[in-house]
Design a protein around this ligand. Structure first.
Ligand SMILES: [Ca+2]
Ligand SMILES: [Ca+2]
Ligand SMILES: [Ca+2]
Length: 192
């Protein structure tokens, strides 16, 4: 009696294992035969993404992401285009059956220097900050002669062309005949 029950249980386990194997094989079969896709992101946002000569077209969403679906397996040239000004990015992508290939973020700007996308897409630096090596930095602002005008650009005042002479700055009046550009407009002794 006990023997028969054991045989019965072993049989049930075998059936379960078989069903599991069939299920796995079926899943693998689907994975290896169906169409695939291509997804990724564009920085900054709005872009047209397509495969030239094929009917796979997508526009990026507000977050810059896109996905081309139902793409048959094969190697394609992915064409990504942004406008104003028009810039094009092309890259080869190999689509595998049943798999969505993630091409990652496609930058249309230099994340190392763009203050609106500094280090990562959408990371805007504060007003007056610059983006250097992918990090927002506040430029050094010096006013050595104390005339209220900074020596560096991006510090909130017109650039002081001689920060060692308080009488020379963008707010000064040009003095005629002294061979000095007193008002820092780039011209010496104008209107003389
Ligand atoms: Ca100054
Ligand atoms: Ca002058
Ligand atoms: Ca001048």
């Amino acid at each position: 009696m006990r023997m028969r029950r054991v045989v019965h249980q072993v049989g049930l386990i075998m059936i379960c294992l078989l069903a599991l194997l069939v299920g796995v094989a079926d899943a693998q079969g689907k994975k290896s035969t169906g169409p695939g896709g291509i997804k990724g992101g564009v920085c900054p946002g709005a872009a047209l993404v397509y495969i030239p000569g094929r009917s796979f077209v997508a526009f990026t969403g507000p977050d810059g992401t896109f996905e081309l679906s139902s793409v048959p397996p094969g190697t394609y040239t992915l064409h990504v285009e942004v406008s104003d000004p028009t810039q094009v990015h092309e890259q080869q992508v190999t689509v595998l059956a049943g798999q969505v290939i993630d091409v990652g973020s496609i930058p249309f700007t230099d994340l190392n220097t763009d203050p609106n996308h500094c280090g990562s897409c959408g990371n805007a630096c504060s007003a007056g900050q610059a983006c250097a090596a992918g990090a927002c930095v506040s430029p050094p602002c010096t006013d050595l002669d104390g005339d209220g005008f900074y020596k560096e650009a991006g510090c909130g005042t017109p650039v002081d062309c001689d920060d060692n002479d308080a009488s020379v700055n963008p707010g000064a009046v040009e003095i005629c005949g002294d061979s000095i550009d007193n008002n820092c407009n780039g011209t010496t002794d104008e209107n003389c």
